[in-house]
Design a protein around this ligand. Sequence first.
Ligand SMILES: Cc1ncc(COP(=O)(O)O)c(C=O)c1O
Length: 391
Amino acid sequence: MTKDDRTTKGVNTRLAHIGNDPHAFHGFVNPPVVRASTVLFPDARTMETRAQRYTYGTRGTPTSDALNAAFDELEGSAGTVLVPSGLMAVVLPLMAFASAGDHVLITDSVYSPTRAFADQMLSRFGVEVQYYDPRIGAGIAALMRANTTVVFTESPASNPFEIQDIPAIAKVAHAAGAVVMMDNTWATPLFFRALDFGVDVTIHAATKYPAGHSDVLLGAVSANEAAWPKLWQAYLLTGAPAGPDDAYQVLRGLRTMGVRLERHERSALEIARWLEGRAGVARVLHPALESFPDHALWKRDFSGSSGIFSIVLEGGGKAAAHAFLDALDIFGLGYSWGGFESLAVHVSLADRTTGERDYGGPLIRLQIGLEDVDDIKADIERGLAAAKSHS
Ligand SMILES: Cc1ncc(COP(=O)(O)O)c(C=O)c1O
C-alpha cells in the first residue's frame, strides 16, 4: 500500500491488504511462515559484506517483514520490531533509551508489570525512575530535569482509564530533549495514531486486539525516523525476536481487527451506558462516556474506544468483588484482554503513588467480548445480584 492509501482507503480495506505482497511469493494470499536461524550466502564475499536481504533469523524474515510493514503502515512509523510479548515491547525501548545516571518519568497509571520492571531492573542499572500523575499534562514541565531522557506514557491508563494529554506532554518532553514512549495497546493504531500526536516510540501488546484470539503472545514496537536507529540497535543487541508462527498469527488477526473492534466498541459502550446508574454500580469508568472525567480529552484525540472498561461496585470490598466474579458464567476470570471472549478481573491500584487511588468500592475490569450483548448483560446482572449481599 502506498502512503496515499492511508488517507484515501477505508481502514478495513487497508487491514485486508497491508503487510505482504502476494505476488512477491507466487501469488499466495498470505506470506510464508519462515522458520529460520541460518540463512545461506552464495559466496564468501556476499557473506562478508552481508549483501543480501536476509542474513540471520534474528534480523528478520519474510514473515516478520510482513507484520512489520503492516504496523508501519498503521502507525506511520519508520520501523517496527517484533518481540515475544507485550511486556518485552515495553522493556526493549526502555533499555534502548535509558542509561545509568538518567532520570525517567513514567505515568503512575502504568501497567503494573511495567512498573515492576522499572523499579526492580531499571533502578538496578542506575536509572532513576519517577512516577507522575497521569493527568499532569503540560505540568510535567515541573518534573523535567537536565538528565530526563524518557517520558513514558500509557493512555488510557491501565484499569481506571485516565486519559493523558499526550500532545502537551510530548511538547514539554521534546523541548527538554527527552524521548516520548507510549503504551498504545488499548486504542490500537486504529483509534489513536500515537506518532501523529508527538509520540516517538509506540508500543503494542499485539497479544490483545491484533492477535484477537487469546492464543498468541507478541509485542510490537514502532518508532519515528529519529528514534528508529536506537530501537533497531537495541533489538539486535538483545536478540529477542518474536517467533514466526506468532508473527503470522498476528498478521492474520490484523485482517479482522477492524470489524472485531467495531463490535467490541459497540457492545462495550452499550453495556457501559446500561450499567451507569444501575443499582450496585457506583461508577462506570469508560473514556467514551460523557460522565467520564477525561471524556473531552478522549474525544479530542481518539477516534474510537475499544472493549475494556471498569466498574466500581457500590461498597463491599473484596468479598463483594469475589461474589461478583464467582457468579459469572460467560465472563472468564483471567488476565489479558482483546480476545473474542469476555473476561473479568478484580483490579488493585495499591501500587499507585499519585492521583486517584480510592474509588470507594472494588474496581472490576470488564473486557467485553464478541458474545451477544443480552447474554453479557444477563451475566453481569447475576454478578451484581451476588455482590449485593456483601455490600
Ligand atoms: C497495557 C498493557 N501493556 C502491555 C501488556 C503486556 O502484554 P503481554 O501480556 O503480551 O506481555 C498488557 C497485558 O495485559 C497490557 O494490559
